[in-house]
Design a protein around this ligand. Structure first.
Ligand code: FAD
Ligand code: UDP
Length: 383
């Protein structure tokens, strides 16, 4: 542990952290555990970033920013978060509404058999995929990934419409990494994720974040844009987890982030749909409906669901993975590299389509680097 600085003892902060989501909260927790004094600010009225959860008017635990299911292959990440929460094992399952049926997605043996009225075995479905797969020289786009595995018909039915709705781009205009998030299976495994650790925080994400931020070395300031306070509060180093283009006043133009409108509903019956999420690749303005009680395990005579309507404007939720955006991000990343007084971390600040566990891993790696770095002189206020 580094000795406390003169600055901290005089009431200033060692770190000003912008954003109280996973990136900001993990760093706040780690640095505070070393005796650092941390101020974490968020312009929203709550901690947790997009993973924030709360009880709605009916008393049902909901995720205001869409369904957040925790899954990881990293023991380190799981062990780290386990200091702040107990877990409830949960494996997410998703059905896609296609041709009047609700079929398992990721596409698996049952998807194919039920869609085409077949009775194939796992071996036979491998041959089936091979017979319909298109030859693609180099898998570059989100179209390539799917048609090269399962052919054009399954691509059109399960991926093309969903992706055009979600991103307002054709899959051929998006990096392969986007649809590659959804695997293809030849067995009957109908879990959405195959990770080693799949579980939900037993008392919700917000409670977990409260535990992470409980150190007396951490001050939390909500409803506050960091720009409103940055000139008045002494600190030595900033950690920024908001959108990177906003930090630099959009000087190279706006980085595209995709947004969503969330429409929440409560229904006066115990169950709304047969599984945690139902995807609608081809109909309606929304991509999917998620029902929270499956995800949280809560028992309640009513049920709350959320519809996700993709849109261009609004809060930035998704970086859009495609070559020209990566190029624009590189320009911002060069500006970020030239700011030793600020560390950029998280999904928005590093423009990466990261899941929660990847953000935790990135934040833990960032902490290790900051810990080893020499203490800097007090930062001049960011302009
Ligand atoms: P955020 O959670 O976005 O936190 C950044 C914070 O910075 C925000 O709270 C914001 O208000 C604040 N901020 C920004 N600018 C300023 C400013 N100027 N001043 C003050 N504060 C500022 N991941 C999974 O692993 N599983 C899932 O099932 C899953 N589902 C998802 C569903 C949806 C609809 C979305 C959008 C994401 C999902 N994710 C999921 C991804 C997950 O939300 C992110 O990986 C994670 O929340 C990112 O954490 P972060 O700290 O980088 O960013
Ligand atoms: N996708 C699709 N059909 C589906 C599910 C996913 O086309 O039924 C594509 C779509 O482009 C989506 C991407 O795969 O944006 C990643 O899906 P995921 O469920 O991981 O998205 P997220 O939960 O991050 O919104």
């Amino acid at each position: 542990m580094e000795p406390m600085t003169a600055d901290s003892s005089s009431g200033g902060f060692d770190y000003l952290i912008v954003g109280a989501g996973f990136a900001g909260s993990v760093l706040a927790e780690r640095l505070a555990s070393d005796g650092r004094r941390v101020l974490i600010v968020d312009r929203r009225p709550h901690i947790g970033g997009n993973a924030y959860d709360r009880y709605d008017d009916a008393g049902i635990l909901i995720h205001p920013y869409g369904p957040h299911i925790f899954h990881t292959n990293s023991k380190d990440v799981f062990d780290y978060l386990s200091h702040f929460t107990q877990w409830r094992p949960y494996e997410h399952r998703v059905l896609a509404s296609v041709d009047g049926q609700l079929l398992p997605i990721p596409i698996n043996l049952d998807t194919v058999n039920r869609l085409y009225g077949l009775n194939l075995t796992s071996f036979q479905v491998e041959d089936f995929f091979a017979s319909v797969a298109e030859k693609v020289e180099q898998v570059r786009t989100s179209e390539d990934v799917v048609v090269s595995k399962v052919g054009r018909d399954l691509y059109n039915k399960f991926f093309r419409g969903y992706t055009r709705k979600q991103w307002a781009l054709d899959p051929s205009e998006l990096d392969a990494s986007v649809t590659a998030r959804v695997p293809t299976r030849t067995n009957r495994d109908d879990r959405y994720f195959a990770d080693t650790y799949q579980a939900m925080p037993l008392h919700g994400y917000t409670r977990m974040f409260e535990n992470m931020l409980s150190s007396p070395n951490i001050s939390v300031m909500l409803n506050t844009d960091y720009r409103d306070i940055v000139d008045f509060i002494p600190y030595r180093h900033m950690i920024y987890t908001g959108p990177v283009d906003a930090f630099f006043d959009y000087c190279y133009g706006k980085l595209p982030y995709r947004s969503l409108e969330f429409v929440h509903e409560t229904h006066p019956r115990e169950q709304f749909q047969p599984t945690g999420t139902v995807n609608y690749p081809n109909d309606y303005g929304y991509t999917r409906i998620s029902e929270f009680k499956y995800i949280t395990g809560q028992q309640h005579p009513q049920t709350s669901v959320v519809y996700e309507y993709p849109q261009a404007e609004g809060d930035p939720y998704y970086p859009v993975p495609r070559p020209e955006n990566k190029e624009l991000y590189r320009q911002y990343a060069a500006l970020a590299d030239a700011r030793p007084d600020v560390t950029f971390v998280g999904r928005l600040a590093t423009y990466q389509y990261y899941n929660m566990d990847q953000v935790v891993a990135q934040a833990l790696a960032t902490y290790r680097k900051l810990k080893d770095a020499p203490v800097q002189p007090e930062a001049t206020p960011a302009g």
